[in-house]
Ligand binder design. Sequence first.
Ligand SMILES: Cc1cc2nc3c(=O)[nH]c(=O)nc-3n(C[C@H](O)[C@H](O)[C@H](O)COP(=O)(O)OP(=O)(O)OC[C@H]3O[C@@H](n4cnc5c(N)ncnc54)[C@H](O)[C@@H]3O)c2cc1C
Length: 392
Amino acid sequence: MALKFRGVDFIEFDSLLSEDERLVRDNTRKWVEENVIPIIEQCNREGRFPRELVQPMGELGFYGANLKGYGCAEMSNVEYGLVMQELERGDSGLRSFVSVQSALCMYPIYAFGTDEQKQKFLPGMQKGEILGCFGLTEPMFGSNPSGMRTRAKKDGNEYVLNGEKMWITSGSIANIAVVWAKVEDEDDRIRGFIVETDRPGFKADDVHGKWSLRASVTSGFSMSDVRVPASDLLPGSGGLKSPLMCLNQARYGIAWGGIGAAMACYDTALQYAQLRKQFHDKPIASHQLIQEKLVWMISEITKAQLLALQVGRLKDAGKVQHYHISLAKRNNIWMALETARMARDILGANGIADDYPIMRHMMNLESVKTYEGTHDIHALIIGSQITGVDAF
Ligand SMILES: Cc1cc2nc3c(=O)[nH]c(=O)nc-3n(C[C@H](O)[C@H](O)[C@H](O)COP(=O)(O)OP(=O)(O)OC[C@H]3O[C@@H](n4cnc5c(N)ncnc54)[C@H](O)[C@@H]3O)c2cc1C
């Protein structure tokens, strides 16, 4: 039974959006409907990243969409968020790819790079001709990246990099990696480097056996005496604050993305409940327990929309704080995962099959809950802000 997505808007949320914002959302939704939905279950089954969508997404202006110049679409942050929502309605893996390319690779070059670095990489990245990955996490350091062991050492006009990164989205398909390393000659200060992945000593291997984000490439990479010219250091980067600034960009998009995944699950469950009959030939939607679940979902999706929009408006006004973004990422991904679990339940046995998108979203969201700061780490970020006491 193929169910077509109908959009989710319970309180005239659309009336809070400008015409341009609705247009961007609607165009992305249509593109996802025509290009992602028909292939995504098969990609998920095969564990295949839909590489054929990379260039079209560049043509649509998805990469670096909220950056200025270099061919970027110069969208507002709310428009960019709505693109992320629609992409994740398709698949969290696809949205992850775009987040990494945009927020974790283009943004650090844009924010910390020289004019030469920007000219060399950003136009090609915007088109999807140069693919990026972001290497912060290591096998022994996830939530606490300040412990990282990756080191860079100056040697004449070059830096020599050694270390290992793990759980890196797009690691093995990337042309460049934005690598975070402690610089030995600078008292172990964390700095960012642009590392071309075909340099001798750089080796990436994919993580296999994932039950989540199967349509996204996840890799580990090692660097063994990888030499990069000193001009590949991102000069504006310095300290852990720099990668955290990138993560804030990505987390903002993720907060919107979760709404998309939740919308897909809710709308599927609602349509299914209206069609599926059990007991006295009545649709299961007529049972109070089913209605209560659907009401929970629409309530939480609606609250999440308002939260994301307000954070987006703050970001557009230059007023957003990292703890605002933590609140939105934490709440919206929790909400999406709970929605997916309830929707799976409403579909009964059908809920576990990939004739419907729910179980795929549910499994994907388990990763989204963990990456870009786990649910609990965001609780500690918000807790620190409201109490004034760090509890890490
Ligand atoms: C599919 C996928 C893609 C990813 N892509 C990237 C990428 O592109 N680039 C990149 O750099 N990283 C990436 N990551 C890594 C991700 O950011 C980390 O997994 C995440 O930061 C958590 O680190 P960890 O897995 O080492 O968990 P840990 O840090 O070991 O945490 C394990 C558990 O302990 C809890 N915990 C840790 N510290 C505390 C504390 N002080 N108090 C209370 N609880 C605590 C956590 O909340 C969590 O529940 C990706 C991960 C996944 C799964």
